[in-house]
Design a protein around this ligand. Structure first.
Ligand SMILES: C[S@@+](CC[C@H](N)C(=O)[O-])C[C@H]1O[C@@H](n2cnc3c(N)ncnc32)[C@H](O)[C@@H]1O
Length: 268
């Protein structure tokens, strides 16, 4: 608990609004989980790292920069290996823990941190607006000298805090959910319009099970993702299951499995 409190307090956020919306606390809760769920998370973390490295190798540019979106704790980013193929990694997240900040200081000139809100809605939501339009373009400062982009396990995480905030402020579920979908669509648009080749790694579906293995809840992001990815000529690289909540993590013996997929976008 104390460790989580310090992780949250010592994190750097894209803005004070990001702190108000709870990003540092989310990051602190997330930070404890790879340790707790080491065995069940390992295949997912390894698959993500392997895919990033394969794709990074294909698009490597020793004079250029790789833009890594959703870098946060760097748990699933093979940053050391990627640095063999790029002059620099630009790491983007709404919140960075002290560990990543210290690493970037030690690797000054090779790892650059940009605390940035990819959705573009956080400040507006904290200011009381209820339906800010999500940003569907990345700012030029992020894209400068970028040879390759990777969006790493963050696409379906982007709406979580905004949707939770809207519900807390009294929005109805339908409106909040529509806003969440708009955020996901806008991020896909950011990737497909950015220019450089891009690797997207994202949850594609999830299932929550009761103790006896019966399905309690299911989300399928396919209808939201597939048409947009197909229209941009995305190529499916690989897919795997991630036991994100093994037995013991959730109340009442529930478990949750995510289907994760990796795509290559805008390959000439
Ligand atoms: C499941 S984590 C991805 C794991 C991460 N690649 C790692 O190794 O720690 C999702 C990440 O998306 C980030 N994120 C969520 N909303 C964001 C936003 N609006 N802008 C930028 N990053 C965001 C979170 O802070 C978190 O680090």
């Amino acid at each position: 608990m104390l460790r989580e409190w310090w992780t949250s307090r010592l994190s750097r956020t894209a803005s004070s609004a990001a702190r108000r919306l709870g990003y540092p606390d989310e990051l602190a809760a997330l930070a404890a989980r790879p340790r707790r769920c080491k065995a069940t998370w390992r295949p997912h973390l390894e698959a993500t790292r392997r895919t990033l490295l394969e794709q990074g190798r294909c698009h490597g540019d020793r004079q250029g920069c790789a833009l890594i979106l959703g870098a946060g704790l760097l748990e699933d980013i093979p940053w050391r290996d990627l640095l063999e193929h790029f002059g620099m990694l630009r790491l983007v997240d709404a919140v960075f823990p002290l560990t990543t900040r210290r690493l970037a200081t030690r690797q000054r000139g090779r790892l650059e941190l940009m605390a940035h809100d990819l959705t573009g809605v956080i400040d507006a939501l904290a200011a009381g607006r209820t339906t800010p339009i999500p940003s569907d373009r990345m700012p030029p400062a992020l894209l400068q000298d970028v040879a390759w982009i990777a969006s790493v396990n963050c696409l379906t995480q982007l709406p979580l805090a905004p949707v939770a905030w809207l519900l807390k402020q009294g929005s109805c579920e339908t409106a909040a959910e529509a806003h969440g979908q708009a955020i996901i669509a806008a991020h896909l648009e950011q990737l497909t319009t950015a220019g450089p080749p891009c690797c997207l790694i994202s949850e594609r579906a999830d299932r929550r099970y009761d103790r006896a293995g019966g399905i309690l809840a299911a989300t399928d992001y396919g209808p939201l993702l597939d048409p947009r990815l197909a229209a941009s000529g995305a190529r499916l690289l690989e897919a795997w299951d991630w036991l994100v909540h093994p037995p013991g993590e959730l109340a009442n013996g529930e478990t949750e499995i995510r289907r994760v997929a990796a795509w290559a976008l805008a390959i000439p």
